[in-house]
Design a protein around this ligand. Sequence first.
Ligand code: SAH
Ligand code: SF4
Length: 338
Amino acid sequence: MELADLEAAFAPNHSKFHARRVYDSVYAQRSFDPTLIPEPIRDQYKTGALTEAEKYVSADGTVRYLMQLHDGKTVETVFMTEGSRDTICISSQVGCPVDCKFCLTALMGLERNLTAGEIVGQVLHVMQRHNLAPKSRTMNIVMMGQGEPLMNLDNVLKATRILIDQRGIGMGERRICLSTSGLIPKIEELAQATIRPRLAISLNASSEEQRQEIMPITKKWHLADLLETCRKFPLKPKEHIFFEYVLLGGVNDSDADAERVVALLQGLSCKVNLIPLNPGPGIPYQTPTDERVDRFQRIIMKAFHCYVRKPRGRDIYAACGQLKLVQLSSPTALSPTA
Ligand code: SAH
Ligand code: SF4
């Protein structure tokens, strides 16, 4: 709930001041005490609080949490720390209905959307566990866990408003980013929102045909139209669109692909993140060699800022595109760490 929702829920029998105390304990203090809520109100609502079902710690320090929802379903939340910067990768849906051919989450299909409370609840849990405070260290949130955030846009926007409320969690708006497979009408809707995350597009291919093959959603929302929508996207000062590009060895990682990507993105205020494929059972692609990734990056860098996303937590299946299925299909593949 946003503060106004909470005040409305408390009215008319309980004061705004009382509602504000609850808001403060949940979002600012992060030490939620349910007894603060008057009983009749408490019984009326479910909390978005999640319970930690499993925790896996990678050799590189990345932590993957399996978070249980009130109905027993689970989602993944990943915590990464590097230097003075922390990043929390959160899920927006249980599973994902988009069938990208390189992604493990795709094999689950969609189970359901998360509520705004469940989206924010993942952040609160990680903040509590790692003692994080956005005002003392740089904290980023990426909506790049399970799910297609634009298929759950209302809850994603509500969660964003809660995350950046300075009376509560107090994140910087610029520090929240969502990544999409490219749902054109929803990108247009996102563009209308006053408070919204930054936009990352999973480009992943250098031509319409290639993209259709690895991201069949392209048959519905064509690449040329997607880029046109990006060109019209109203950017705030100093804002860029991020383009993510999963490198699949021998499929989309040639010099010619890199040159085509540069041509496609011409004129856009953007940055490119390359993600060498994180492998997984049943994923029919190869991770390219470091030399290939390096060549590809050099070509893109002639035109745009371009970073290679370091694989984080590959050993615990916490890296991009690896979320969920391993835990489901072979629970013994990993040993949880307390
Ligand atoms: N559904 C959203 C956000 C979650 S996926 C989207 O697709 O954008 C987050 C990122 O992980 C996307 O850029 C996606 O292309 C990438 N990804 C998916 N599977 C991957 C894999 N096996 N290896 C590397 N990156 C992958
Ligand atoms: Fe869904 Fe993103 Fe995976 Fe595609 S890459 S299946 S959109 S989670």
